[in-house]
Design a protein around this ligand. Structure first.
Ligand code: NAD
Length: 471
């Protein structure tokens, strides 16, 4: 599949193979874009900027036309997404529908200015103008959702964009860009494909005013360094190690199905997945037995296009290896590893058997690091204050959830956790267009979605109008 630059398909479609993570079969090829390709895309975006920024009404109209095209092509895009990413087809459809929801919400949002003072002597207004060219860099776990969280706010604010998808999941993104280029002016949405090298060419390019990046914390650090010489604005959505903290009055029947889904949706490859569960020691054995029984009935692992499959493979070999080594390490430390789910298929892909891991030391890497796969550690605790302190002492700060029959008690604890999102009796879920999202500490900075997300791809310009000229 080809990239789109200045409204035209460009490149050879060669250099990088995209494979189906369930079968390891070749699906398509894409370019590995170098300096010339990245420069052409950035220059096209810069040239298209002034006209695109001029009319809010034209942008809204064009974005609503994009929504129509993307809704009409949902089946095609969902099929591509499942094939390249691995997720079950129903989940790919959810991703595509969420994309259109976010697009429509931003297209209809009115937020051009805020009156700060309207006095006899002076009018003071906060106005917003676009940053210019926004570079969008996305990971492979939710290629469309994460793109949507960045792209539509950027366009609504009057920016033009250059998108670099992850090298293992570029296809749905490239097709989406081709489709919206049918109704957008040339140069407004451009794409470049490749790995970290292509990403760093974008991050270092002088005409790019902002980088909106989602990926690992390690890559986020490199992005920040590469963006420094040109003082680019940054939004960094990075890794997470979300805990679910069950209090001693939590109703296990009610709580555990939601906790399990929060951990294993998309084979655990969710920045906001529950990556560790804390349970009072007295409830540990009961909670683990129920989690194992539930997981056994809920997760059928196989090809995402196969009806009845509820968990696909992980996206790539490196990720499979990482999860396997964290689980092996936990087992070597004496933890109890219970293998769950139905693995009844003979596909050669990057499949990981889901596991529930208990009797694990809270200092084991499976607990303290981000596994990003279907391996859920259950950690027993005796003192909830010690858990709160240890969570706040950790590096990440994306989300946390507290589960209790007493919501007030849970809120009191949740609001002491150093995270971007604190949940009581739920955990994450699909992004909602009007609710800002982002992390603190090593989980990054900046927010996407909501009015705040629009402001983050805008520059604030204060307009002061004196009612009379005074000496
Ligand atoms: P990754 O950091 O390896 O890659 C993400 C993207 O950045 C890819 O497109 C990659 O090619 C590009 N990239 C890598 N190094 C780069 C560099 N130096 N300069 C510019 N671009 C570069 O991450 P991944 O393995 O694709 O994704 C998994 C990670 O993403 C996990 O840590 C996960 O928690 C995180 N993530 C975070 C969020 C969030 O919103 N906080 C959402 C999803 C995933």
């Amino acid at each position: 599949m080809l990239n789109t630059v200045n409204g035209s398909s460009v490149g050879s479609g060669e250099g990088l193979d995209v494979t189906d993570p369930a079968t390891l079969e070749h699906i398509d090829g894409v370019d590995r874009c170098g300096p010339a390709e990245v420069d052409a895309a950035c220059q096209a975006a810069a040239a298209a900027g002034p006209k695109w920024a001029r009319s809010e009404a034209d942008r809204q109209k064009a974005m609503l036309a994009c929504a129509e095209i993307l809704a009409a092509c949902e089946d095609e895009l969902a099929g591509l997404l499942t094939r390249e990413q691995g997720k079950p087809l129903a989940q790919a459809h959810q991703e595509l529908r969420g994309n259109v929801r976010i697009l429509q919400w931003y297209a209809n949002l009115e937020h051009s200015h805020v009156v700060l003072r309207d006095l006899a002597e002076e009018l003071v207004v906060a106005t917003y103008r676009p940053v210019g060219v926004v570079g969008i860099i996305t990971p492979w776990n939710f290629p469309v959702t994460i793109l949507a969280m960045k792209l539509w706010a950027a366009l609504r604010a009057g920016n033009t964009v250059v998108i670099k998808p992850a090298p293992t999941t570029p296809l749905a993104t490239l097709r989406l860009a081709e489709l919206v280029n049918q109704v957008l002016p040339p140069g407004v949405v451009n794409t470049v494909t490749g790995g970290a090298e292509t990403g760093s060419l974008l991050t270092g390019h002088p005409v790019v005013g902002k980088i909106s990046f989602t990926g690992s914390t390690a890559s986020g650090r490199s992005v920040m360094q590469a963006a420094a010489p040109t003082l680019k604005r940054l939004t960094l959505e990075l890794g997470g190690n979300d805990p679910a903290l069950l209090l001693d009055d939590a109703d296990l029947d009610a709580v555990l199905p939601t906790v399990l889904l929060g951990a294993f949706y998309n084979a655990g490859q969710v920045c906001q997945a529950i990556k560790r569960v804390y349970v009072p020691t007295a409830m540990r054995d009961e909670a683990v037995a129920r989690l194992v029984a539930l997981a056994d009935t809920r997760f059928v692992v196989g090809h995402g296009l196969q009806p009845g499959v509820t968990m696909g493979p992980v996206n790539n070999g490196a990720q499979k290896q990482r999860v396997a080594s964290l689980v092996a390490d936990a087992e070597a430390r004496g933890a109890r590893v219970q293998r769950v789910g139905d693995m009844n298929h003979d596909l050669p892909g990057h499949f990981v058997r889901p596991v529930i891991v208990s009797r694990i030391d809270a200092a084991a890497p499976l607990v303290t690091e981000e596994q990003f796969g279907p391996a859920l550690p259950v950690v027993a605790y005796d003192d909830v204050e010690e858990v709160v302190d240890s969570l706040n002492a950790g590096p990440y700060g994306l989300d946390a959830s507290v589960w209790s029959a007493d919501a007030d008690r849970a809120v009191e604890i949740a609001t002491r956790l150093q995270v971007g999102q604190a949940y009581v009796n739920s955990h994450a879920g699909p992004p909602e267009p009007d609710v800002p999202f982002g992390g603190v500490k090593a989980s990054g900075f900046g927010r996407e979605l909501g009015v705040r997300g629009l402001e983050e791809v805008s520059e604030l310009r204060v307009l002061r109008v004196a009612r009379t000229v005074t000496a």
